[in-house]
Design a protein around this ligand. Structure first.
Ligand code: CP
Length: 290
């Protein structure tokens, strides 16, 4: 089955993926069920975490792995996304993992592509594997979602992580708020001033400024961004005792997060990255078996 966005999935299906991920993390699952099948990672945008944690997840599942190199491919001769994916289908690939710049690029691929497609991020649209690993990390920490207060801080407008997360977190009964400079705000989300909300937050989720998606430079200087919206130790000291800090990464030290906060005791940033492998194993399992 395809995994394009979490809004296509019921809460029961999302809980099922998280449970499967926990079984992989606890080494309770058979790793050989897809032995001999082939996964192809097609990243048309830069990626470190998503690309290589899918790669790691595929290797742990004993899949054969093809890592498409867009720079040396026939894309350079003008080949389209559709023709590239169709080619890999015809080569015998069993599942494709795709990151692309265009929102909902996958609509161009269905129904002609018959193999499962996992969306590894589409433009400013959705990032389902990131959301699932974020949910996994939250559940691991708190044991539940209902009633948790989260504030998502930064470039909401251009963030597929924010768009994916806010939709599913609200469905799961979390109280979701956003903060950040006016130029990055989006209609329909509940805005809070960061310093007022920090003492009430269970989770402070920081976002990177998506410079690559801005048409011009952001209006606010980096110094002012850090001063007004950056998570520094002073703000961390105002957080609740059991609250945590999350960030999808890559992070800009000294912009949205102070250097000394990246690995402070409340930070789960590297834990998120670690959990991403098990969540992506679960996604591959579901995509290949349903
Ligand atoms: N969080 C995330 O999507 O990181 P990458 O862009 O490195 O994959």
């Amino acid at each position: 089955m395809n995994i394009f966005k979490l809004s296509d999935f019921s809460l029961m299906s999302i809980e099922e993926i998280l449970k499967l991920a926990a079984e992989y993390k606890n080494s309770e699952r058979n790793l050989n069920f897809n032995y001999g099948k082939t996964a192809c990672n097609l990243f048309f945008e830069p990626s470190t975490r998503t690309h290589y944690s899918f790669d790691m997840a595929e290797k742990k599942l004993r899949l054969n792995v093809i890592n498409f190199d867009s720079a040396s491919s026939s894309l350079k001769k003008g080949e389209s996304l559709y023709d590239t994916v169709k080619t890999f289908e015809m080569l015998g690939v069993d599942v494709v993992i795709i990151r692309a710049t265009e929102n909902e690029y996958y609509n161009k691929l269905v129904p002609s592509i018959k193999i499962p497609i996992i969306n590894a991020g589409d433009g400013t649209g959705n990032h389902p594997s990131q959301s699932l690993l974020d949910l996994y990390t939250i559940k691991e920490e708190f044991g539940h979602f209902e009633g948790l207060n989260i504030i998502v801080v930064g470039d909401i407008l251009h963030s597929r992580v924010a768009h994916s997360n806010i939709e599913v977190m609200e469905r799961l009964g979390m109280n979701v708020f956003v903060s950040g400079p006016e130029e990055f705000r989006e209609e329909g989300y509940n805005f809070k001033e960061l310093d007022e909300f920090i003492p009430k937050a269970d989770i402070v989720m920081l976002l990177r400024v998506q410079n690559e998606r801005l048409e011009t430079k952001m209006n606010i200087s980096i110094e002012d961004y850090h001063k007004n919206y950056g998570l520094n130790l002073k703000r961390v000291n105002n957080m609740k005792e059991k609250s945590i800090i999350m960030h999808p990464a890559p992070f800009n030290r000294g912009v949205e997060i102070a250097d000394e906060v990246v690995e402070c005791p409340k930070s789960r940033i590297f834990k998120q990255i670690q959990n991403g492998v098990f969540v992506r194993m679960a996604m591959l399992d579901i995509a290949l078996s349903k």
